[in-house]
Design a binder for this molecule. Structure first.
Ligand code: KG4
Ligand code: ZN
Length: 333
């Protein structure tokens, strides 16, 4: 959750590092995630205000993530945000977590604005979106099975790299030899046609191909970096090819990368490299691509400025969609 104070949201906004809890348990344990939120929320809010040299009295409104995500963790933020907004007598605005990822690059580069094609790649989502205007999100394609980040995490586990493993795969792949393992580029051929899966993704077959390569290896210490490289090359190739093709199809001047997997430099370079001269890529720095409060503040500030308000009955929605409804569910205004 986050605050909007004055003009631009403060970049000092903190990440609640429940990732540490997840790392110890090798994945997200919902009950532990909620408990971690309860334990740190007050401290995080105090520090965010301190870092931004702001007081509660200076806030214009409270923006809070209402979904999608783990209901228990969302509930903690929502209860806190509602209480704060109510007691300060300022508006509350619910924000879709995924919309936050789309706004992240605007924090460092205010010139980032629609129309653009967005590739949202996180632990839970892989969405290719047509964004003709803020608030108007049209689905071009999504993953039919695993999310891109989930695939990175599962492959990291197969290679014995721990959780979450996306960044570890990227580091390891940098030492890997290209082409030593040949892995499939799932659904790349659909790009040539005009069928419904033209911009769709699939990563579970690629993950299975990695599993086979790991099992077939008689020396994983020798092969680990090469397998990581082959996996990343395949995943990045499909993501970059489809993103660039969507930009070209729509004739937009901009592509935006968002979500935790957007921290991957190889992916950003591959997308930028495939865009033709007329289009550029916007991607936030890693700190703002990983889940954070500043991006929710940016999306919330935009919604607040156009007069949106959420009711006190705003509820957490684990499956809140970015593309199904024009006004994000729960917003009253
Ligand atoms: O958006 P995010 O912080 O949390 C979700 O909303 O899911 O994304 C987390 C995901 C994890 O799957 C993590 O492995 C992945 O982002 N990730 C990366 C990299 N850094 C984080 N994947 C590939 N390369 C990276 N450098
Ligand atoms: Zn996220």
């Amino acid at each position: 959750m986050l605050f909007t104070g004055g003009a631009a949201p403060a970049l000092g906004s903190l990440v609640i590092l429940s990732q540490d809890v997840h790392r110890i348990f090798g994945g997200v344990v919902p009950e532990l995630a909620s408990r971690a939120h309860v334990q740190v929320i007050q401290h995080v809010v105090d520090r965010a205000l301190g870092d931004a040299r702001t007081r509660l009295a200076d806030l214009d409104g409270v923006a809070v993530t209402s979904g999608p995500g783990l209901v228990g963790a969302l509930l903690v933020g929502l209860m806190y945000g509602k209480t704060l907004a109510f007691s300060l007598g300022i508006p509350l605005v619910g924000v879709n977590h995924l919309e936050g990822h789309l706004f992240a690059p605007t924090l460092e580069d205010p010139s980032v604005s629609p129309p653009f094609v967005a590739l949202l790649v996180s632990g839970g989502h892989t969405l290719l979106l047509d964004v003709p205007a803020w608030g108007d999100y049209r689905l071009l394609g999504r993953t039919l099975d695993d999310a891109a980040g989930e695939a990175f995490d599962k492959v990291a586990t197969l290679l014995g790299l721990g959780y979450p493993g996306g960044a570890a795969i990227e580091r390891l792949a940098a030492d890997g030899r290209p082409g030593r393992f040949k892995l499939p580029r799932p659904m790349i051929q659909e790009l040539e046609g005009s069928g419904p899966n033209r911009f769709a993704f699939s990563f579970s077959g690629l993950k299975t191909a990695v599993l086979r390569a790991v099992r077939a290896s008689d020396d994983l210490d020798r092969d680990r970096a090469d397998i990581a490289r082959a996996f990343q090359d395949a995943a990045v190739d499909v993501l970059a090819a489809k993103t660039a093709a969507a930009v070209e199809t729509l004739g937009y001047p901009l592509a935006v990368l968002g979500g935790g997997v957007a921290c991957n430099r190889t992916l950003a370079e591959a997308v930028a490299g495939r865009l033709d001269g007329g289009a550029r890529l916007a991607v936030a720095s890693p700190r703002l691509n990983t889940d954070n409060a500043a991006m929710i503040a940016a999306a919330g500030a935009w919604r607040l400025a156009r007069g949106e308000r959420s009711g006190w009955d705003l509820e957490p929605r684990d499956d809140l969609s970015l593309t199904d409804s024009p006004t994000l569910s729960g917003n009253a205004g």
